[in-house]
Design a protein around this ligand. Sequence first.
Ligand code: SF4
Length: 352
Amino acid sequence: VIKNLEHAQKLSQDFDIPLEDILLIGINLAGVKAEMPDQRIRFKIKLRNLKEWFYMGICVNIGKTPFYIKKNNLYIQNEKIGKIAEVENDTCDTTYLRRNNTSINLNSNCRSGCFGCKFCGTYKQDADDKVLLLDFKKLENKFSCTFSGKVKNILEICLCTGCFKDEEEVIQHLLMIRNWCETKKIDPRIKYIGSQITEKKNLNLIQNKIPKFSYYLTIECFNRRNFMLRNSKARVSLEKAQHLMNYSTKIGLNTTFLYILGLDSISSISRHFKKYAKSINRFPIVNLMQIYYKGQEELRHKEADQIEYYLKARKIIEKIFIKSKLRPELWENYRGLWYTKFDKENLTGFKM
Ligand code: SF4
C-alpha cells in the first residue's frame, strides 16, 4: 500500500514511473474510504497535474487505504490529489459503452450469477444483469432501448462472460450477435473475452462467419490454477492456452490474453509473459487484483502485498514488449497497470 504522497514520489523516482501512474495504481489496489453506503463505485477521475480524465471501478471502505473521497475530491492522507465525477454504484450490467461510445461491452448471460474464480468479485456487486439476452428478440430490444441513435457508431461489440452452458452455446451466441449486426447493416469487430472457446474447428468457423473477430483468452494466473479458477477455466492448461493463441494468431484473429496481477511470483510473471508474448498480436490486458471483501487479500502471492511488486511487474512487462508495436489500450482496462506512459512513451488514444 502507498503510505502518503511523499512515499508515492519516492517510488516514482526509484522506479522512473510517473507519479500519476503510481497514484492511480495505488487507488486501484487499495480502494478508498468514503462516507457512502455503496461497497463498490465507478467514476471518472482526474489527478491534479493531468489534463485527461480516466475511469475506474474500485471498492469502498474495505481494508487499509490512504485514499479517501470527500465532496468529489480525492485525497491521499490530507493532501488533495484530484477530483472525481459521475460517481455511481458499480453494478454488474448487461451492457454499457466504452471507447467514447463506440464499443459495446455485452454480458448477456448473467455474469453476476457466475461463481468459482476465487479472485472474482462480480457476484458481490449489485446485479443489473438478471434479464438474459440470449435470444435475438431480447438482445435487439436491449440494444435498441439502450443505444438507440448510437448504433451506427458502434465499431466493436465485446462479449465478456464466462458462464455459458458450453462452447456450442458461446458460438451460437456470437453468431447471433453477428446476425444482429447484419440486420442493422453495421460491421463492427466482435471480441470474445473468455475461455470457453477451445476447439480449433470453432475458431475456423468463427473466422468464416465473423470477418473481424478478436479472441481474448482469460488465462488469469499461472500457478495454483485448479484452486484459483472455476473448473471450466482451469481445465484449459497453460500449454493448451498457448497452443490456442498460436493458432488464433496464425489464422489472423486479433489475439491476446487477460491476466490478474497479484497472484503469481515476479519470476513466474517474467517467465510466462516472455513465452506468451510470442503467441499474441495484441497487448495483454493486465488487471490489478482488487479486494472485494475482507479475507480476499490472502489470495495474493506473498510478494504482492508490497506496491513495489506491481511496479517491478510493470517494468518487466515493458521490457518484454518494448521492441514490439503492442501497447496497452487504456479504454479496454479500468483497473490497469498503465495510465500515462509505457516506458518512456506517452500513451495516447481513448481513455474510457
Ligand atoms: S468466469 Fe470467473 S472471473 Fe469470470 S465472472 Fe465467472 S467467476 Fe468471475
